[in-house]
Design a protein around this ligand. Structure first.
Ligand SMILES: [Zn+2]
Length: 320
């Protein structure tokens, strides 16, 4: 009987360990990275912490939220932020895969950001999302944005290639290999979003990077059990920095709702041999945002923000 109890206890311990990586105190961990607690603001409630330091991003965290705000940009976490003895906690995996890459200096050797492959989503027989009344397609909007972005990046001195420069179909699995074939430094896939049938109010911009090794994807439909390491995971830190810089510029320049930096094992990101991101530049299906995307001035704004985000990322690569 005693032996049976011992076995049961042992199994219970294993189950607890498998359920979640151990939590660590957010403030103590950030202090190791050179950040210090910042003054509270009047509106801050219980369970909200601010951390920052000169030359480092500001982190705002709140108990029970499944994201952190980094310089005001939403970063989704694997697990909600916890509260223990009045202090916030995060899981070890979120600390290693989200916080450290954003707060610590970039590892060396660092890739360049000079030769860039832009990937306008969809094309040919695949229109992507279709606007219900304004009569435009996602495939047309992404191609137009890519051509605008190409010009802006070339003005910044970059060399720019496109996965497609006209209305043709390209298989999802064929897009990432084009990056390695062309030996580019950076891959940027451009998309616009769509809500479920009848949803005309969901809006906002989100930027995806490949789910870092050991983390779960934020699009739950992809399955929380998929923890496979992919070739693109060699660039986890750079993917995250690129996503951060681009998402921050997109939010600042458009004023769109922040749907955050998200993670997915998308076919276009999995096998990349360089850093890459996928941008969902707003909802075609939204009454208001869908009308904005139909407008060339707005698409120019989106292109400018992405170009500026890539320039910011390039400056970080060159920083000491
Ligand atoms: Zn799309």
């Amino acid at each position: 009987m005693r032996r049976l109890v011992a076995i049961c206890l042992c199994l219970a311990t294993v189950a607890v360990q498998a359920a979640a990586s151990p939590d660590i105190f957010l403030g103590d961990s950030l202090r190791q990275l050179g950040l210090a607690p910042l003054a509270r603001e009047k509106t801050d409630g219980f369970g909200l912490e601010r951390h920052g330091a000169k030359g480092l991003p500001t982190f705002v965290a709140e108990a029970n939220k499944d994201y952190l705000l980094v310089e005001g940009v939403k970063f989704y976490l694997d697990d909600p932020i916890g509260l223990l003895r009045g202090k916030l906690t995060v899981t070890r995996i979120d600390y290693d895969k989200v916080i450290v890459p954003l707060a610590w200096r970039l590892p060396t050797p660092r890739p360049a950001a000079q030769r860039i492959l832009l990937d306008p989503g969809h094309g040919g027989k695949d229109p992507g999302k279709v606007h219900p009344t304004l009569n435009y397609t996602e495939k047309a909007a992404t191609l137009d944005t890519a051509i605008r972005l190409k010009l802006l990046l070339e003005k910044q001195g970059c060399e720019v290639l496109l996965t497609r420069d006209r209305d043709v179909a390209i298989e999802l699995d064929d897009r990432a290999p084009m990056a390695s074939k062309a030996k580019v430094d950076l891959f940027v896939s451009l998309h616009y979003n769509g809500g479920a049938a009848g949803d005309h109010s969901s809006a906002g911009i989100e930027t995806y990077c490949l789910t870092p090794t050991g983390q779960h994807s934020t699009n739950k439909a992809a399955g929380r059990a998929d923890l496979t390491a992919e070739p693109g995971n060699r660039f986890d830190t750079f993917n995250l920095q690129l996503a951060f810089n681009v998402q921050r510029q997109l939010l600042t320049q458009t004023g769109a709702e922040d749907r955050g930096v998200r993670r997915s094992r998308f076919a276009v990101l999995r096998t990349l041999t360089c850093p890459g991101i996928l941008i969902e530049g707003g909802f075609v299906s939204s009454r208001t945002e869908g009308a904005l995307i139909a407008n060339a001035t707005y698409r120019q704004k989106i292109a400018q923000a992405i170009a500026d985000g890539i320039a910011d990322y390039g400056r970080q690569l060159r920083a000491k």
